[in-house]
Write a protein that binds this ligand. Structure first.
Ligand SMILES: [Zn+2]
Length: 252
């Protein structure tokens, strides 16, 4: 069992490396299948040995082997984010059919975080195909009917559209499509919980960043990381949170 866990974690680390590349290349509108990676500064081809997640970064002390330019800490961040989140999802759901939509939405969330923190963008080329694939998946997998998840997608879409209209540009079109996909994965109730958690976290972290001077008052903060945390927590622990919330009001 332990061996399997370690194996899953390492596979996810390598997937994280791949997602970093996917996020960067989709932002630059480059091909994902382009043969190999080059240093963005000196353009030197990077050997396979220097592409081992986390270890290469530590071994090279966060610098390019050839020109010694600093490598962005976003690379090991993306690898650790992918490995830890996919590992947690796998541990809590186990080898059930539900693991399929769970892994799908987690990957969409990871890619969205990686593009959002780089360029404050959540890309249609990620969210729209994800929405379609999740809808097809929900025809076959789920504890509720297909329509439950379909309505979830509608709820996610409409809620974010309303927030976008009220906040006048505080929320982008990318967030709206991402929440439609989240809705199909989580169903309507957990989608609402996800949004509440994300907003709550965003408000706390946003205030802290303004107080400590980390960001300026009007400076936009990427909402993607909060959506990520809110959605994974809602997916894995949402039922418990829902019960706790209801009990809080209905017991003396
Ligand atoms: Zn270089």
């Amino acid at each position: 069992m332990l061996l399997l866990d370690i194996y899953v974690f390492f596979i996810a680390l390598f997937l994280g490396s791949f997602f970093n590349v996917v996020a960067i290349r989709l932002l630059k509108k480059e091909s994902i299948v382009y043969p190999h990676s080059n240093c963005p500064n000196c353009n030197h081809k990077i050997s396979a040995l220097d592409l081992i997640p986390i270890f290469s970064f530590l071994l090279l002390k966060g610098q390019c082997r050839y020109c010694h330019t600093k490598i962005s800490p976003l690379y090991p961040f993306g690898e650790l984010l992918t490995a830890s989140s996919l590992f947690i999802v796998y541990k809590f759901i186990g080898f059930e059919l539900e693991l399929i939509p769970a892994v799908m939405i987690t990957i969409v969330l990871i890619l969205s975080v990686l593009t959002d923190i780089r360029e404050q963008l959540i890309l249609d080329v990620i969210t729209i195909p994800a929405l379609v694939i999740l809808l097809i998946t929900r025809l076959f997998i789920g504890t509720e009917s297909f329509w439950f998840y379909g309505i979830g997608g509608g709820v996610g879409f409409v809620l974010l559209l309303l927030i976008a209209l009220v906040s006048r540009g505080g929320m982008g079109g990318g967030d709206i499509k991402l929440y439609a996909a989240i809705g199909v994965a989580l169903g309507p109730w957990m989608t609402v919980i996800s949004l509440m958690l994300a907003s709550f976290l965003g408000a706390i972290v946003g205030s802290l960043l303004i107080i400590t001077g980390g960001v300026k008052r009007k400076q936009p903060i990427a909402f993607g990381p909060f959506i990520f945390v809110g959605t994974i927590v809602a997916y894995l622990f949402g039922d418990g949170i829902w019960d706790w919330y209801i009990n809080m009001w209905y017991t003396e």
